[in-house]
Design a protein around this ligand. Structure first.
Ligand SMILES: NC(=O)c1ccc[n+]([C@@H]2O[C@H](COP(=O)([O-])OP(=O)(O)OC[C@H]3O[C@@H](n4cnc5c(N)ncnc54)[C@H](O)[C@@H]3O)[C@@H](O)[C@H]2O)c1
Length: 186
């Protein structure tokens, strides 16, 4: 169950899982893009269903997990990938609304997904949860401030400090990958 699977890394991950025979719930807030991913998965002969889900909303995350359980009877792997970016800016120039939006999607979104994924995986005997981070979340950028890496550093903390029996929690740290996010200034 990749989130943000309508484009970029999320879509590529959905296609890679499809090639391995996985059955997929494709989550994204963007319905046309999510449906396009489902079509691409189905072209590869795999099963997939789109669920429109905004990861900053607990109810959407719950509904996405519930759909996986209803359709496939279990949830084995979750890839908490959905995220947005904003251009790097000095902190005094970051708008409060942007700060709140980034944290709601890039940080709270991971928490909300895990909150609903973990009980579902426990019911199935275990699973694996991946959360996407960024290398700059570990190091920062000298003399510049970006709230995107900052939002990711707490994701690292959530993943590292939340070991659950029979559920592997892992961080995925991609190199710079050409996509909407990377082209918007990370
Ligand atoms: N591209 C890079 O170089 C890079 C590097 C490090 C980390 N990342 C992270 O990887 C993830 C994927 O990025 P990408 O490069 O594939 O970008 P992308 O813009 O192609 O994909 C992001 C996807 O997330 C979806 N999305 C946005 N807000 C959402 C929300 N509230 N709920 C559900 N879905 C939402 C978008 O519709 C889009 O399909 C992001 O979290 C990004 O921060 C990217």
């Amino acid at each position: 169950m990749p989130t943000g699977a309508g484009s970029g890394i999320g879509r590529a991950t959905a296609l890679a899982f499809a090639s391995e025979g996985a059955r997929l719930i494709v989550g994204d807030v963007n319905e046309p893009d999510g449906l396009a991913t489902v079509a691409a998965v189905q072209e590869r002969g795999a099963e997939a269903e789109f669920v429109r889900a905004d990861v900053s909303r607990s109810g959407d995350c719950a509904a996405m997990v519930e759909r996986a359980l209803r359709r496939f009877g279990r949830l084995d792997v979750a890839f908490n990938n959905a995220g947005i970016n904003l251009p790097v800016a000095p902190i005094a120039e970051v708008k409060e609304s942007d700060w709140e939006r980034i944290l709601a999607i890039n940080l709270t979104g991971v928490y909300l997904c895990m909150k609903h994924e973990i009980p579902a995986m426990k019911r199935g005997g275990g699973g694996a949860i991946f959360a996407i981070i960024t290398s700059i979340g570990l190091t920062g950028i000298a003399s510049r401030f970006s709230i995107v890496p900052r939002s990711r550093s707490l994701v690292i903390a959530i993943v590292v400090t939340n070991r659950v029996e029979n559920i592997s929690t892992m961080q995925t740290r991609p190199g710079t990958t050409l996509s909407t996010v990377s082209c918007s200034g990370l």
